[in-house]
Ligand binder design. Sequence first.
Ligand SMILES: CC(C)(COP(=O)(O)OP(=O)(O)OC[C@H]1O[C@@H](n2cnc3c(N)ncnc32)[C@H](O)[C@@H]1OP(=O)(O)O)[C@@H](O)C(=O)NCCC(=O)NCCS
Length: 291
Amino acid sequence: MVAPILIRPCAPNQLPALVELLDQEFIFSKGRNLSVARRFPTALGSENCPNILLACRGEQIAGAIVIRRFDWVTAARTWRGAMLGLVYTRPEERGQGVASDLLRTAESTLRADGTAFAVLWTAQPEFYRRLGWTGSDCGVFGTCTSADGVAAACVPAEAATIEALRLRSGSAHLLRSPTSYRTLPLPAEHLELLASPDRESYAIVGVQANRAYVYEIGGAPAGYAALWRDISAAPRTVFVNERHGSTAQQWLASRPDISWRDQRLAMWLPLADPDCARHFSDWYVPFLDRI
Ligand SMILES: CC(C)(COP(=O)(O)OP(=O)(O)OC[C@H]1O[C@@H](n2cnc3c(N)ncnc32)[C@H](O)[C@@H]1OP(=O)(O)O)[C@@H](O)C(=O)NCCC(=O)NCCS
């Protein structure tokens, strides 16, 4: 007889098997490297196991969903949020409702404990729309090709320096720990934390071969020119992820060499506090914070 599927939190001793499945799906089968465990140390750390849901058939993992809880700090108030990611069903178990059941279980668990809203980022919006999620993304994606240039002597930045500058901006944010600054969004292979020569502004950049992914530019606008000069000092393709209309995006938009398109990855689900839904079109969670 085939064992039924049961959904339960991941036990710490199941984490290595889960990571192996997720690596196969999201990393190695796509020709990428570096394990998801190394890329998402907060979400896939053993202390987050209670927030990782597994669909198990007997001893075997049939599917999984990773939840990361966070406080979303806005000027008016702090909301309890949760992000979902690494939604996965083992290939031979697909098309039988495993992922839908995991998502519904995540939803009811979060709603019951007072989580105000959930957010995820996906290129497969239809799958989530059927389960009640709505798409709304104030992010923009810029692309440009840089040529050889003269670097501006920006310096490596400490995570604590960036965090202090970031919190000064007063915009809605979630708090980061030093571990957050070890997150490595796909497909980057290493992360560069840069400060302008006066250390009043910063950039967070992921690098993969001859591509650079700017995840964030912040701090004092006077330093943006130096940061941008260093980011584009080598010949490579530079991708920019920013919130539409942010101070950095406005500065970058004045440059003629970056082409922009709207981002359409974020999807939201109001939970215990439906009132927060009116903010979804305004809220931007930077790449470094995402699963
Ligand atoms: C996407 C995924 C999690 C779905 O898992 P699943 O257990 O098969 O999902 P369910 O059985 O609950 O739902 C399947 C339904 O979703 C639909 N679906 C699956 N992938 C879809 C997609 N990319 N876009 C739209 N619909 C999709 C199927 O057509 C099916 O519809 P049906 O019930 O009308 O036939 C699974 O295919 C998977 O692990 N894919 C690889 C990893 C991945 O892409 N994860 C999502 C990252 S955002």
